[in-house]
Ligand binder design. Sequence first.
Ligand SMILES: [Mg+2]
Length: 378
Amino acid sequence: MDRTDVEAAVFASRVSGCLLAGAVGDALGGPIEFSTLFGLRRQYGDAGITDLIYEGPGRTALITDDTQMTLFTVEGLIRFGVRIPGKTAGSAERAVLRALQRWNDTQRYFGPDELPAGDHRTGWLLQQPWLYHRRAPGAACLSGLESRLDGFAEWGRPGNVNPDSKGCGTVMRSAPFGLFATDAPAGFDLAARCAQYTHGHPTGYLAAGATSAIVHHLSRGRELIEAVSMTQELLATYPGHSETSEALRSAVALASQGGATSEKVEMLGGGWVAEEALAIAVYCALTAAETGGPAAAMMRRALLLSVNHSGDSDSTGSICGNLMGAWRGAEAIPSEWLVRLENRETINTLISDFIVALRDAPSLARGVPPWQDRYPGA
Ligand SMILES: [Mg+2]
């Protein structure tokens, strides 16, 4: 392989790692989302959970709304990438809104056979019955997508939809923007605007932008601490950034003390709100990196720390997985976790389509029929 091939393979592994490790972190945290640290220790011992908890008929580890929304976001971005210019919706934001509306459909109908006709109800992902499970979806995500308001706020001002909400439902679905965007500021803005479809509080959407920017830098080969500090600089240029900046500063300062513990994770909050969820994910990734060792050991440490606390474990696990996977690639995901992930085949299909679309979108956009069938105009 020449250098360009190697770079393409490394990037593909980071894209795949970001999304798969996010799903693994989500599945790790899902069953303990509503457990306290005290309860976790009483039930599982001092270390809390140390492995996936398998559920469901296939004894697989179930993903939750965090991964569901991330997958639909990826689907929206693929559709935008392969669109036929002039024939279909012209903006990535619009494509993502329609994809999120498809996710909203999965939470409101029992399965694809129940769906009424609708012009956004197209494509293969919406036909997957397993995505119709409700796994504690966020209230603002559901109500925001029902409200169908459009338009974006001036940076730092509240958005139109759920203007007081800054739940972590924005951050946990924003990694794909960083993979998709050609530079960090573009990904930041796209993530922050798409966050406003469900959450209008500036911290809610700016933390989503910051998540996208960190993922962007990692997926392009930056080291973890470098990706975080470049993002802090970018974030500081947006009005209304102070809560998110403060949360990131706390995460970096706490990580620099070394000695990661669940108690320290809890000093950063519960992760129910956007800036805390991002801070917890960043703290867990940074401390795992500090301890070093093989990539799979780091991934395991980061993900277990990111879920073993009293807060929103599936979202913090999901975001931490996004960061660790974008940084170290899919090879770093412990294989015994990967093989038990619910519907990994479908997730992998979407991911490999995303990788092809990121690479070849300009030529696919000229209209290759199988692609247009799977990912029709947004
Ligand atoms: Mg969840």
